[in-house]
Design a protein around this ligand. Structure first.
Ligand code: SF4
Length: 358
């Protein structure tokens, strides 16, 4: 079990060694929130240019609340997990209406906003609000379970809840120490996980301020922590993607409002891997007449639980064969070159086919 003096050591290390990151130059709640949401599932280096562009365009919660959804999707393009930015938009509107445009810093209030879970609420409340609450993410769980040689599986919510309570108790003890700061404590745990107590390969224990009290280090089995339940196999979905060109432009459609890539644009596609003949029949079934159809490269995209294995065809169509056949569900529309240049965000799942679009 960690003690208050270990927290002090960790804070001294953090204040000396922390990386200079743009979002660490402020304690403004809105800026902390934007960075924390962007950093979910995304590397620091990848986030930096997005953070700069986002803060330039939406420097405060009011500006964000007034944004158009398409515009937001465009600025987020490449970061993935688009539900994050949709929730940010909803939260910004809620803050504008219900909190007078002032971004909240209370853990309890933050948790009521869309897209803000326990970790993000803890990070904002501690960094921007100075509230003594933990922020438990994957980095913190790894560091903590190694420090304590904790054998419980972190995939079990009960384990996370217990660790959170233990951290809360530790932070309450540390509060009495001079120069203690809850925001710095949470940031220090995350920083240690991101730069020293690394997830893949051996951690750099020789650089760790807590190695003398680390149980996993004592046992020499650091990489055995954290314990995780065996991961489930991803579901593989075969798809056939159609890049359909006509004099009106290139065909796109909008995905359903719920589920994978909700509300995003995509190329028309069919389930399964279709042969050229089947692909031609499919296009005709949509009401279009294919003049040429050419198989292009296959591609694969990995989501968290699903893998898309894509076969693709480049199709030239000359006219609508039978408008009555147009499948309303598919809601296909054509985007001109000018419109494409002005900005149409395509999910990174179609990265391999973007060269046919832009
Ligand atoms: S001593 Fe090593 S395993 Fe333990 S917390 Fe530090 S870096 Fe991680």
């Amino acid at each position: 079990m960690l003690k208050a003096k270990d927290v002090r050591k960790l804070l001294d290390w953090y204040r000396e060694e922390k990386r200079d990151l743009p979002w660490r130059r402020t304690r403004d709640a809105y800026s902390v929130w934007v960075s924390e949401i962007m950093l979910q599932q995304t590397r620091v280096e990848a986030v930096k240019p997005y953070y700069a562009a986002f803060m330039k365009k939406y420097p405060n919660v009011k500006k964000l609340s007034e944004a158009q959804e398409d515009e937001l999707i465009r600025i987020w393009e490449g970061l993935g997990y688009y539900s994050r930015v949709r929730n940010m938009h909803k939260a910004a509107m809620e803050v504008t209406v219900n909190h007078g445009g002032l971004f909240p810093v209370s853990y309890e209030v933050l948790k009521t906003l869309p897209g803000i879970g326990d970790y993000t609420a803890g990070a904002i409340a501690s960094i921007a609000g100075g509230q003594n609450v933990p922020a438990v993410d994957g980095n913190v769980l790894r560091v903590y379970t190694r420090l304590c040689a904790d054998d419980e599986e972190i995939s079990n919510p009960k384990t996370v809840k217990r660790i959170r309570e233990e951290l809360l108790a530790l932070m309450a003890k540390a509060e009495k120490e001079e120069d203690y700061s809850p925001g710095d404590f949470n940031s220090a745990m995350m920083e240690l996980g991101a730069t020293v107590c690394l997830p893949n390969g051996e951690p750099k224990c020789e650089n760790c301020p807590l190695r003398k009290v680390c149980q996993a280090h004592k046992q020499g089995n650091m990489t055995e922590y954290p314990k995780k339940a065996p991961s489930k196999k991803r579901k593989i979905e075969q798809r056939t993607v159609f890049i359909m060109e006509s004099t009106d432009g290139i065909a796109l459609r909008k995905r359903p409002a719920k589920g994978l890539l909700a509300g995003m644009y995509e190329f028309p596609a069919s389930a399964g891997h279709l042969s050229k003949k089947e692909a031609t029949d499919y296009i005709k079934s949509l009401g279009y007449h294919p003049v040429t159809i050419k198989r292009i490269e296959d591609a694969k995209h990995i989501f968290s639980h699903i893998e898309w294995h894509m076969r693709a065809y480049l199709v030239r169509i000359d006219a609508i064969l039978d408008p009555a056949k147009k499948d309303e569900k598919n809601a296909i529309f054509f985007v001109t070159q000018k419109e494409r240049k002005e900005g149409f965000a395509l999910p990174s799942a179609f990265a391999a086919y973007k060269k046919y679009f832009f």
